[in-house]
Ligand binder design. Structure first.
Ligand code: ZN
Length: 356
């Protein structure tokens, strides 16, 4: 049977509209069940749901997607199609607002007229999806493309690569500032050195420092800083102070839209003003997401003894690095003057803290 093109288009349009309507009602759509839920797409498949929830918590706590993927593969966890998990699929499964009961349609959260996300007719796996969203949105960058493909699989093998920077002065009075790399020195009995890379790699090769000692020293400074902030913080983080402005702006925008639809204000007035409001609303929403992430992170860190978790290796390297990156822009390594073997001097490490 031949169906006219126009007819096909009509059917497609109808399906799209129906998907949108179902999305607004929070009714599940699409083919195969999502990982974590049963065939009814509403009730949880316990074993999978627990895996998802744990992975979500781990990601929020700073664990790398790669190490979760590795664990799942080792444990023989399969997708709903019976395949081995790939990084992109795992990321999409975790970045799905469905996890906390919400619905995404064409890339955006489905919201009701008040801008509140529509809650679906399925059981959620976890609640702090905003935190995951913030995390993945901010991770879209050199290693993670917008569609979730990971382009760089290298998980750093040392605590401070990319964080330590060379502090040797150049001719113009500026410091070299090249990110230091790791080189192993057989003569140091398995030890390693953080080293400014060669000129051809963008450095000056002018500074190097005992890796184990630098790691110890910076770890101690970071833990002390965490404890100091924990004492100062307590309840500061719990409330986000932009809620009022966001609500006011959203209301104002709706009001203006109505006025414009009723021809009470002109196009010339409406469009630029509406654009300005939209930009600010977007800004505020992203602030709110970032705040949710901070609160979530803070609770991971302050609930229990960080120092103990750090020492007992409950944190893996990626989690430790995530914590360090939250506190430090960089640590500048000042060259040891004079030459020859000098004792390790912690004062020649200058931390650049991110202000709280
Ligand atoms: Zn250098």
């Amino acid at each position: 049977m031949v169906i006219a093109k126009a007819e096909v288009r009509k059917i497609k349009r109808r399906t799209r509209r129906s998907h949108r309507r179902r999305a607004e009602l929070g009714i599940p759509v699409g083919g195969k069940r999502p990982f974590g839920w049963n065939d009814d797409k509403r009730t949880l498949r316990t074993e999978e749901a627990e895996l998802l929830a744990q992975a979500a918590r781990d990601v929020i706590a700073g664990k790398s997607l790669h190490s979760i993927l590795k664990n799942w593969r080792e444990d023989g966890v399969r997708t709903v199609h019976g395949n081995e998990w790939q990084s992109r699929a795992l990321k999409l499964a975790l970045w799905n607002p469905r996890l906390c009961g919400w619905r995404r349609h064409n890339g955006d959260l489905v919201r009701d007229v008040n801008g509140v996300p529509v809650v679906g007719q399925w059981v959620p796996v976890i609640t702090p999806w905003m935190a995951i969203d913030a995390l993945f949105s901010s991770r879209v960058g050199p290693n993670v493309k917008a569609d979730g493909t990971i382009t760089d699989y290298r998980t750093p093998t040392h605590l401070l690569t990319g964080i330590l920077r060379c502090g040797k002065p150049k001719g113009d009075g500026q410091i070299c500032n090249a990110p230091m790399r790791v080189s192993t020195r057989p003569d140091l009995s398995g030890g390693f050195v953080y080293q400014c890379p060669s000129r051809s790699m963008g450095g000056c090769r002018g500074s190097g420092r005992n890796g184990t000692k630098v790691d110890e020293c910076v770890t101690e400074a970071v833990l002390a800083k965490l404890e100091e902030r924990k004492a100062a913080r307590k309840k500061v983080d719990s409330e986000w102070n932009g809620e009022e402005e966001l609500e006011r702006l959203t209301k104002k925008q709706r009001k203006m839209l109505r006025a414009w639809q009723d021809d009470e204000i002109s196009d010339e007035l409406f469009f630029p003003e509406n654009r300005t409001m939209e930009v600010r609303i977007k800004e505020l929403r992203s602030e709110r997401t970032q705040h949710a992430l901070r609160v979530q992170r803070a609770s991971v860190v302050t609930d229990e003894d960080v120092r103990q978790k750090w020492d007992s290796d409950e944190f893996d390297l990626a989690q430790k690095r995530a914590l360090i990156r939250e506190l430090l822009h960089a640590v500048i390594v000042i060259p040891v003057g004079g030459g020859g073997r000098r004792p390790f001097n912690p004062d020649l490490l200058v931390p650049k803290w991110i202000e709280d």
